[in-house]
Design a protein around this ligand. Structure first.
Ligand code: GAR
Length: 203
């Protein structure tokens, strides 16, 4: 009897600067068989960020860039080292999950159309930092999250999917962000699975 061949998992690298709840959700989706991928490398610009715990717990290789000359990005030399590490680990898709540095040319040109980001607003509304606070300050009644391809702009690449959440009376920036994160944890693995299937069309 010929059993159906299992697809080879798409090799992801997850980059993050914070607690890593999106990275954790991606890992859970993989473990639950809902995402045909594996996290082959976790990267952070913050060596002690929560996302590093996930790498340790799950025995996933972890790379960090503790010394950064610029506040908003890695140096070109660091980004080139990052690209080399991504190649060495056979990474097929780069996943930005709360990664707070701007991506520059070495990485963008090494992975054209292969870098995705999650952003906590309904883009093109509220790009940039603390989008949940921008939504509260602007008096928005609806917010949400967006998964998009990364290009050279700030949160400007092609949109792959969005999920909305209401902004409720009395919401603070924190309570709204918490609600957006619940939506993120649903949207991100769903879109990643779509991309992973597209990368393995004939298996
Ligand atoms: C997420 O809400 C993500 O959308 C946001 O950082 C948070 C990271 O949470 N990203 C940005 O604001 C990027 N501009 P996590 O570390 O728990 O995944």
């Amino acid at each position: 009897m010929n059993l159906p061949k299992k697809k080879s998992p798409v090799r992801l690298s997850v980059l993050g600067s914070g607690k890593g709840s999106n990275c954790r959700t991606i890992l859970s989706a993989i473990c639950a068989g809902q995402l045909d991928a594996e996290i082959a490398l976790i990267v952070s610009d913050q060596p002690d960020a929560g996302i590093s715990d996930i790498a340790r717990e799950a025995s996933i290789p972890f790379l960090s860039f503790p010394e950064t000359r610029y506040r908003t990005r890695l140096s070109e030399e660091q980004e080139s080292r990052l690209v080399a590490a991504l190649y060495n680990h056979g990474i097929e898709l780069v996943v930005l999950a709360g990664y707070m540095r701007v991506i520059k040319a070495p990485l963008l040109s090494a992975f054209p159309g292969r870098i995705v980001n999650i952003h906590p607003s309904l883009l093109p509304q509220f790009p940039g930092l603390a989008a949940w606070k921008q939504a509260i300050d602007a008096g928005a009644t609806v917010s949400g999250c967006t998964v998009h391809f990364v290009d050279e702009g700030i949160d400007s690449g092609e949109i792959l999917g969005q999920e909305t959440v209401p902004v409720l009376p009395g919401d603070t920036a924190e309570s709204l962000h918490a609600r957006i994160q619940i939506a993120e944890h649903h949207l991100f693995p769903t879109i990643l699975q779509r991309l992973c299937s597209a990368l393995r069309p004939n298996e």
